[in-house]
Design a binder for this molecule. Structure first.
Ligand code: MRU
Length: 355
């Protein structure tokens, strides 16, 4: 099934519950907006594109759970819910962007039944677009890979981080479809272990030979010549690096991505970022991007068992910033780009992307 979709019978959102993987393959029904927000915060649904779809379906859900006698009051109530959904996690631009796009649909409606019908139709369309553009992105990225290559990936930027197919792992699946054998080294991705809990599961389901490594082994793997390319996804790509990075763009992705870009540079391993234009934020600079800080207990405990004294101070950023100068290839649904990017030309490419 898709990572997230609409359950017509129960008239609510249904998603694969990624917090239960790999032990259980179960689904979770978000029947209310607070249940959706909790699901986003605790990473039942996650990954930039997955969050984008959650945002869109979330507005559709809000139109169903709000009732009001007059349309203006209804729009206000849905807008309040939409704002809470959009800000449930701050770093992936897709979440707030898709909520905003659905708000636009809402604004063009004139009655509650129309709003309910059209927001759900728009969310379904967006989910279909996500799958289609990931397939195109995958086909472009697959051209970078040769038969027999081994790709290292960090976190999970696969089908489970999107509606389906994935971005970084979509490149691997497209290479596989093109008849190339590509193996994957999956970094565990502490502290929430998306690499070991999620990436391994979906790669194995698709018959990709996968080796799990602790994050700390990735430098050694590159040193020993085990890696032909590092391919990661992105939560937000900005083209303006702001004060710290200047006119270089910056890729915000799972904590540890930057370290892998530096290691790849050191070992002459191509460092590839796979992300659709919907993840490119052309409006903000790197200075304006908030890196989500998560609860210290994600480090103080491991699966409920104490891993550090309860009072230990913790710094737990969920994402980091990789300057574009460390990115060899940026793969989108419109092609493969080699930084430094020609900003105007790259932005114009976004117009060729599926709306
Ligand atoms: O905290 P997560 O699991 O939502 O982080 C996910 C990532 O960092 C992915 O690499 C990114 O969202 C790209 S997935 C299309």
């Amino acid at each position: 099934m898709r990572t997230i979709t609409w359950d017509d019978e129960r008239d609510c959102i249904v998603m694969i519950d990624q917090t239960k993987l790999p032990a259980e393959h179960t689904t979770y029904h978000a029947e209310t907006v607070p249940e959706l927000i909790e699901s986003i915060e605790m990473l039942r649904i996650r990954g930039a594109s997955g969050l984008g779809a959650a945002g869109a379906y979330g507005v559709a859900l809000a139109t169903r759970r709000n009732d009001a006698d007059d349309f203006e009051a209804f729009v206000d109530a849905v807008a309040t819910d939409a704002e809470a959904i959009a800000t449930a996690r701050p770093t992936a631009v897709n979440l707030s962007r898709e909520v905003d796009s659905l708000r636009g649909v809402l604004r063009s409606c004139t009655s509650i039944p129309e709003a309910r019908e059209r927001t759900l139709a728009a969310a379904e369309e967006l989910a279909d677009v996500d799958v289609a553009r990931n397939k195109r992105l995958g086909e472009h990225g697959a051209e970078l890979l040769d038969d027999g290559d081994t790709v290292m990936t960090h976190c999970n930027a696969g089908a489970l981080a999107t509606v389906d197919w994935g971005t970084a792992l979509g490149v691997v699946y497209s290479a596989q479809e093109a008849g190339k054998r590509v193996d994957v080294i999956a970094n565990e991705t502490r502290p929430l272990n998306q690499g070991s809990r999620i990436t391994t599961v979906e790669l194995q389901e698709r018959g990709v030979e996968t080796t799990l490594v602790p994050d700390n082994a990735s430098g050694l793997c590159m040193q020993q010549g085990m890696v032909d390319a590092v391919i990661v996804g992105a939560d937000r790509v900005v083209l303006d690096g702001g004060e710290e990075f200047g006119d270089q763009g910056v890729v915000f992705n799972k904590i540890g991505t930057y370290k892998h870009a530096v290691l790849a540079d050191r070992h002459d391993v191509p460092f590839v970022v796979a992300a659709p234009h919907a993840t490119v934020d052309t409006e903000r600079s790197a200075d304006e991007v908030e890196i989500e800080q998560r609860d210290g207990d994600e480090l103080r405990k491991i699966y409920g068992t104490q891993n550090a004294p309860p009072e230990t101070a913790v710094y737990n950023p969920a994402f980091d910033a990789t300057p574009m100068e460390l990115v060899d290839y940026l793969v989108t649904e419109t092609g493969v780009y080699e930084p430094p990017l020609d900003r105007a030309a790259f932005e114009a490419e976004a117009d060729r992307a599926t709306p």
